[in-house]
Design a protein around this ligand. Structure first.
Ligand SMILES: N[C@@H](CCC(=O)N[C@@H](CS)C(=O)NCC(=O)O)C(=O)O
Length: 221
């Protein structure tokens, strides 16, 4: 393959950016990571993602690709001969994997954000929805080691970044996920043994520090 210039507009504790980092690691792609200040967005982010103005953005040979699910699929397609295929080859299995990735974005992301940004009844409702979404995912996982079956795949990659936020969710919401969803935690620990995942996720305490700052900024604390 000709020389590739790969840049990731990144943010260490963004679960969406973590997805891009894991996918790049899975394919063994060398890239330049550029940490963005989301409280004061720089010109490169605004130019490369003028619609949403969010990270991650993958800039491949000068051209931007936005939205983490699209970025991961792009990486899987462009570097298809490198490393583990992330999406299944069968069209039906691929559609199912995309469905559950969409479920993660709609249900897990939404409920989990309520767990650290809300209080009182809204917090309780967020916790309930969060646990319900994880229980649903446990059902999908069944007895398989990964959502991808015997191998780590697209849904595993899309979901595992949330695990680095569990300490913050549990501390803010005073609950233990493991008491409700032990199989989910077993799956998460299995994924964390994978080098590509372990090196792409931040320390949960680092996430918690940021959550405390954001809670003050949003007026939660
Ligand atoms: N749907 C987007 C979500 C990306 C996103 O929410 N990124 C956050 C960081 S976790 C961000 O850049 N926030 C800045 C802002 O909202 O102004 C994706 O999957 O890439």
């Amino acid at each position: 393959m000709a020389t590739q210039e790969v840049v990731l507009l990144d943010s260490r504790c963004s679960m969406f950016a973590m997805r891009a980092r894991i996918a790049l690691a899975e394919k063994g792609i060398e890239y330049e990571g550029k940490e963005q200040n989301l409280a004061d967005k720089g010109p490169e982010l605004l130019q490369m993602n003028p619609i949403h103005k969010k990270v991650p953005v993958l800039v491949h040979n000068g051209k931007p690709i936005c939205e983490s699910l699209i970025i991961v699929q792009y990486i899987d397609e462009v570097w298809k001969d490198q490393g583990n295929p992330l999406l299944p080859s069968d069209p039906y299995d691929r559609a199912q994997a995309r469905f559950w990735a969409d479920f993660v974005d709609k249900k897990v992301a939404d409920a989990s954000s309520k767990v650290w940004t809300k209080k009182g009844e809204e917090l309780e409702a967020g916790k309930k929805d969060f646990i319900a979404a994880l229980k649903q995912l446990e059902e999908v996982l069944g007895d398989k080691p990964y959502f991808g079956g015997e191998v780590f795949g697209y849904v595993d990659l899309v979901l595992i970044p949330f695990y680095s936020w569990f300490y913050a969710y549990e501390t803010c919401g005073s609950f233990k996920t493991e008491e409700h969803c032990p199989k989910f935690i077993e799956w998460a620990k299995r994924c964390m043994q994978r080098e590509t995942v372990a090196k792409s996720l931040p320390d949960p305490k680092e996430v918690y520090e940021i959550v405390l700052i954001l809670r003050k900024r949003f007026g939660v604390d």
